[in-house]
Design a protein around this ligand. Structure first.
Ligand code: HEM
Length: 535
């Protein structure tokens, strides 16, 4: 602010000086252009040269990023952060610059992530740009609320439980997984049938994927999120903003009628049994209403307004759909590249689970969780392709420290889940290989058991494998997501064989990763699928 004011004064002085000399003092357009240009130069000089040299974080090692103007309009991707972690000698904290030369602190040790996520969680908020991008879609829901508001909501909302061959059918994996997970979260979280699988053209099914668009327009719009205040950002007359509005409207239209009907049911129950504690209110009409998200929210001691109920419901819908969808997409990509692993998984699934077509078999969470190879394949997928690749926070309380170092208010602090999952000294020299075996250990009689920590011990076990985050703001849907991911993968691999469209495609090089709100294959993922008889 002070700098802008100084720049304005300086601009005005320059213009006055030259204006008197060249007689254009009274031409407002010239005055304005010159003043703004001088402000811009001064601001760039401040951001790129002076601020980094005066920064209280300058004591930390700086990642090598090349000249500032090359990265000025780019936020480093998780791959860049992984390179910083690999190349920069450090004691747990690395300094780097993000878009518009904003300073960031990258945490590289488990203890540092523990300090942020577990020991002082309420000293940090989600960063403003995340709040803008996600908040625009959901309103003030659990995903974006600041820590004080989060405390009162914390954990209350638990969820119960190339060249294409003409001969083999080609599947748009990404698209189908999006529709499948939309149907699942709508049915299990809200008790509503969207039927996106049967009716891919339904409003919600066609519009929801726009929320995580990877188009250049969407990327540019995200970039503006770093620069503009919320009131202006939400009103920009841009095609992408209208697209986001479309998503919000579709979500409103799907959620608002549910909120109204659950509210009516809830007040009816209260009227019938006014003595009942909020938490004890029994559902009379449908078993489902015992566990769905909106009813759970209605049981809060403090009453939530319709707007708040809507924001929380939309947060669950969004957070619970795309993440599991991309996890399954990546798992099928890995299966296609590793046919032997795929066969072993199919064998385990077929010998322990009934076929989805069977009418006499039932599957529950404990049965799915009892399959060690399935759990290991899912965890190894989440290691190599964590759907949420980065945890970003901003320090909001004075006295915050990480690894004993004082970190000033306003600092953006980052844990790279992607980078941590791909660090050689944690996972070994074969860190980039897909090896579900990492998540297995064997008993003396040779039986495989699932090891949820991937062989890591102590603090590393919690803070070096963290696809669902850590601490009080970790994923509330973890158990639900793990079950959903496992059962989807089991059904898809049990029933079909997944193969590459180009058999010569190289693992890791054939698909570009897009680091949007969630980690997606750029341009989608297309695979061949052929039915395997006998299940
Ligand atoms: C494979 C699937 C999933 C992955 C990898 C995943 C990952 C994550 C991660 C890393 C966070 C922490 C973000 C942060 O600290 O900034 C998070 C938070 C969250 N997740 Fe998930 N998630 C998944 C599925 C789900 C599902 C199915 C639901 C809902 C049913 C859900 C609901 C949420 C919510 C509401 C939060 C915010 C929690 C809070 O701030 O207290 N997620 N998730």
């Amino acid at each position: 602010m002070a700098l802008t004011f100084a720049a304005t004064l300086l601009g005005a002085a320059c213009v006055a000086h030259f204006g008197l000399q060249y007689n254009f003092l009274y031409q407002p357009a010239i005055f304005l252009t010159l003043t703004l240009s001088i402000q811009l130069v001064l601001l760039t000089w401040w951001l790129a040269y002076l601020a980094p040299r005066l920064s209280p974080l300058r004591r930390f090692p700086l990642a090598s990023q090349g000249s500032w103007w090359k990265t000025f309009l780019l936020e480093p991707t998780p791959t860049d952060l992984q390179r910083f972690m690999d190349e920069t000698p450090n004691d747990g904290l690395i300094r780097y610059f993000g878009v518009f030369h904003g300073e960031r602190l990258l945490l590289t040790k488990p203890q540092a992530t523990k300090d942020m996520m577990l020991l002082q969680p309420y000293n940090f908020n989600k960063i403003p740009v995340s709040k803008k991008l996600i908040g625009q879609l959901t309103g003030r829901g659990l995903l974006v609320v600041d820590q004080d508001e989060h405390k009162s909501l914390e954990k209350e909302i638990g969820i119960a439980s190339g060249e294409r061959s003409a001969t083999l059918p080609t599947v748009d994996v990404d698209g189908w997984m999006m529709r499948a997970t939309l149907d699942i979260i709508a049915a299990t979280g809200f008790g509503v049938k969207v039927n996106a699988i049967q009716a891919p053209d339904s409003a919600l099914a066609t519009v929801l994927p726009l929320s995580n668009s990877t188009s250049p327009q969407a990327s540019f719009y995200r970039l503006l999120g770093f620069l503009l205040p919320e009131w202006l950002y939400f009103r920009l007359p841009m095609a992408r903003r209208y697209e986001v509005d479309q998503v919000v409207n579709a979500l409103h239209d799907a959620t608002m009628p549910l909120i109204r009907s659950r509210k009516a049911e809830f007040s009816q129950q209260k009227a019938l049994d006014p003595e009942a504690e909020d938490g004890d209110t029994k559902s009379t009409s449908r078993d489902f209403a015992e566990t769905d998200v909106i009813t759970t929210l209605l049981r809060f001691p403090q009453q939530l307004s319709d707007k708040e109920l809507l924001a929380q419901s939309m947060s669950i819908l969004l957070a619970g759909q795309d993440t599991t969808s991309v996890a399954t997409t990546w798992a099928l990509y890995l299966m296609a590249h590793h046919p032997q692993i795929q066969s072993r998984l199919r064998q385990e699934v077929r010998s322990n689970l009934p076929s989805p077509a069977a009418t006499d078999g039932s599957v529950d969470a404990s049965l799915v969780e009892s399959l060690p190879y399935l759990a290991a394949v899912c965890s190894e997928t989440l290691r190599l392709f964590p759907p949420a690749p980065i945890l970003r926070r901003e320090v909001v309380k004075a006295g915050t420290s990480i690894l004993g170092e004082h970190i000033p208010v306003g600092t953006q602090v980052i844990t790279s889940i992607w980078g941590t999952h791909r660090t050689r000294h944690i996972w070994g020299p074969d860190v980039l290989a897909f090896k579900p075996e990492r998540f297995l250990r064997y008993t003396e009689d040779g039986k495989a058991k699932f090891d949820s920590h991937g062989g890591l011990q102590g603090e590393a076990a919690t803070y070096c494998f963290l696809p669902f985050g850590a601490g009080v703001r970790s994923c509330i849907g973890e158990r639900f997501a793990r079950g959903e991911f496992a059962i989807l993968l089991a059904a898809l691999v049990g029933k079909f064989e997944w193969t590459l469209i180009d058999p010569k495609a190289k693992f890791g090089e054939d698909v570009k990763v897009n680091f949007g709100l969630v980690l997606k294959p750029d341009g989608g993922l297309f695979l061949h699928a052929s039915k395997v008889e006998g299940w």
